[in-house]
Design a protein around this ligand. Sequence first.
Ligand code: IPM
Ligand code: MG
Length: 361
Amino acid sequence: MKLNITCIPGDGIGPEIIAEAKKALDAVAEKYGHDVQYTDILMGGASIDVHGVPLTDEAVETAKSADAVLMGSIGGDTTTSPWYKLPPNLRPEAGLLAIRKALNLFANLRPAVLYGELAQACPLKQEISGNGFDMLIMRELTGGLYFGERKTVEENGVRKALDTLTYDENEIRRIAVKGFDIARKRRKKVTSVDKANVLDSSRLWRAVVEEVAKDYPDVMLEHMLVDNCAMQLVKDPAQFDVILTENMFGDILSDEASMVTGSIGMLASASLNDTKFGLYEPSHGSAPDIAGKDLANPIATILSASMMLRYSFDLDREADAIDGAVKQVLQDGYRTGDIMSEGCEKVGCKRMGDLIVERIK
Ligand code: IPM
Ligand code: MG
């Protein structure tokens, strides 16, 4: 099969982790006889440095012509990097928001899994994490507060800023359908998270999710307020299967969920539209403090490449080969610094990539 992939190495540790993910993809392609073609595009700070903007129209066109996009990470240190002296619409993050919108990637899947081999890294008490947990956050990605009208004005000498949170029923319905579809392939439970005790957008969210649920009688639906959900994630994470929520709540809760796994360097994510097309990226950020030092953990990006094979190309066997190699490398006792524990061998980004490649072959 021919796989035409656009890569966005991006900023910080992005180029290092993308290099390792390409190695893993190449190994899989060689083993199973596929032809992978990569085209790199610039986004975020890397694009600002060259073009003065965080994403060009040409880059968007290249991404659109691919079968899928694999991204590293974007952004820099917000207090020291010159990128953050630019107006907000020209900063690195604006590139990410723009590509999500341009490619209509409304469904963001963020799995948060406690890996048995890394259980010591989980910051929760053993009595809470003991039985493990495996949840998937389904975050709406192209609506709500992050895409509503915003402005800062001055009225009678007083500065005032405004952000608007809007959802129409179609935007809610399509993400809810994705959430229930995925739940059907998992443990058949959806927790829809909102703030329906205060917000109109949440009350509409809840009503539309109820309507969609009627088509999925085999899936259990519960509603939870977002503040309670933040608490439940540290109190009893095992209760969750699919968490379905709007853009900002999903942004915040997915960081919390990844932290409770203790291994954010392991977590992949997928952003999907209505077709097989998707953008795949690690759940973690660009870690500018360790960039270029061969210290980053490439596993989340390698697992993102595996998600890409599974969701965009239906290559389950190939995805299994990557997932299996990652599991094996952990069982064999190799760790990058972020997941290091006593008795294991500490390795850098490149060596971790090589060890995974060896286990794919
Ligand atoms: C994420 C990030 C982005 C977001 C930022 C960088 C705009 O935090 O992917 O979660 O808020 O969506
Ligand atoms: Mg975030």
